[in-house]
Design a protein around this ligand. Sequence first.
Ligand SMILES: Cc1cc2nc3c(=O)[nH]c(=O)nc-3n(C[C@H](O)[C@H](O)[C@H](O)COP(=O)(O)OP(=O)(O)OC[C@H]3O[C@@H](n4cnc5c(N)ncnc54)[C@H](O)[C@@H]3O)c2cc1C
Length: 567
Amino acid sequence: MSQDPTSGLAVIGDHVEETPDLQGAHPRLSEAQIAALAALGHRRATRPGEILFRQGQRDCDFFTVLAGYVVVVDGLGTPEERVIGVHGRGRFLGELSLLTGEASFYTAVAADDGEVLVVPVGRLRELITGDPAFGDLVLRAYLLRRSILIGLGAGLRIVGSRYSPDARRLRDFAARNRLPCRWLDLEADPGAEALLRQAGVTPEQTPIVIAYGRLLRNPSNAELAAAVGLPAPGMLHAGSDLVVVGAGPAGLSAGVYGASEGMRTVILDSTATGGQAGTSSRIENYLGFPSGISGAELAERAVLQARKFGATFAVPAQATAIARDGGNYTIGLGDGTSVTAGSVVIATGASYRRLDVPRLEFFEQMSVYYAASQAEALLCRGDPVAIVGGGNSAGQATVFLSRHAARVTLIVREPDLSDGMSRYLIDQVERAGNVQVLLRTEVRELLGDQALEAVAVEDNQTGARSIVEARALFVFIGAAPCTEWLGGLVDLDDHGFVRTGGTARPAGTADGADGRETGWQRSVLETSQPGIFAVGDVRSGSAKRVAAAVGEGAIAIRLAFERARAS
Ligand SMILES: Cc1cc2nc3c(=O)[nH]c(=O)nc-3n(C[C@H](O)[C@H](O)[C@H](O)COP(=O)(O)OP(=O)(O)OC[C@H]3O[C@@H](n4cnc5c(N)ncnc54)[C@H](O)[C@@H]3O)c2cc1C
């Protein structure tokens, strides 16, 4: 191998080996599909070492290889440069970022004298919409490629100490937003110090993020989002018909249906699209997916669908206040901006409950998790782990992590798994060879000096104590509603969930003394304020299921549409 002077890439020479097509991640287009694309773009020759698009570049074109090979490289020109794919005739380039508007997570370099077909991404979107078979092929490949990139640790670099809360925040933000990244732990990874020296940063100045050659010193989540091209709240247009607060399954559903009905729709989320479902490794009871679907994939598909219909996303964008403003509502955001609309869908769901044990905050910085996705599985590969909780989310995490961890101990307060877990999951838990279930058991202490080493548990009937070895603790013990931002504008139940429907007020009565309108019929998902709907887990009496959340999102739009038409 020699070094190409233009790209800096190690030239592969004559013996190019194409990356195998694993499960449809790198399909080859048919001649008919290439002909359809050719009508939307142009062909051009490539030279060896020519860069087609760079890591960090936004709004790239859609390239299909017609002759020769294209090499996909992570960290081109850096000491960590590595080839992550080689593609020949009929293969197309890019991954999910091409459709979401994020910056590219890798660089594509022509390996030899060849030819590519170049199609502007806008035209690609038209073809995806007009040709469902082609659309499915590209979408499936792009979703798989994103997973592969995450698994490879390509893209961003996060460097810091495992004991730093900011490092943990950045890792969580990257994981929840499914941003491919590599975590370099100052305490354990020799490469971390070398990278810091190269960047001219001392360990005290960490955490840092290296995003496409740019150094970000302890960036806020919003700064990291801006660097990778996630949609910022500043891009929101002033007037909207519908604001959906929360982009879990309920909010994404409301967004898809709202935008598809032609409403100018804005969808906000404080952290990431996908909500609680996005943290689930495999949802097996959602209609239409007999072999299950990961929460991340479900969310990614829904985001693309909502965008296709014209919805605008803002992430991270935390709703901090809401006020009535004539016939509209204005939602204040954490960055000081606001967004106004005639209809609001509250879909802020619920956030995890924390264990009541000493030193929890300390261990939360490095060893306690509230999600069990691919990102967490990579961090605890080969380790013994413990999971607390007796519901379906704990069951799913147990089954998923048993494939990555050395041993899994499931700690359940109730005397029987069937008290809170679906039968299909109990069967899977029982079948996993490396899972131990402790019933009637509660966590009392977290043990370890620098990081978690074990948890002390107690039998809640006999009081007998024992020690469970665990390098990571996963907590799934229910969730509390995210309703503080509503500031009393809508009625809540005794547990803080939003009340909807119920008692209809007599038509024709005047506004009440508290300013609330009383002369209207409250529909099933409508809150105590006309035009504000609540859907999914945040709603009082909700089913706490993905399918229910999705259904409610769709119904709320129907009701919002009718209300807007009537007023
Ligand atoms: C690990 C796990 C596995 C699960 N598995 C299953 C399963 O297999 N099948 C099933 O049916 N259900 C499952 N569930 C339950 C299911 O995920 C929830 O019922 C569903 O996600 C609820 O959707 P939602 O949109 O109402 O709320 P959430 O999913 O909670 O989403 C709410 C969103 O609102 C955002 N938000 C909160 N506050 C604000 C604010 N102030 N401003 C802006 N955004 C805000 C949050 O960041 C979040 O993204 C699982 C849950 C978990 C945790």
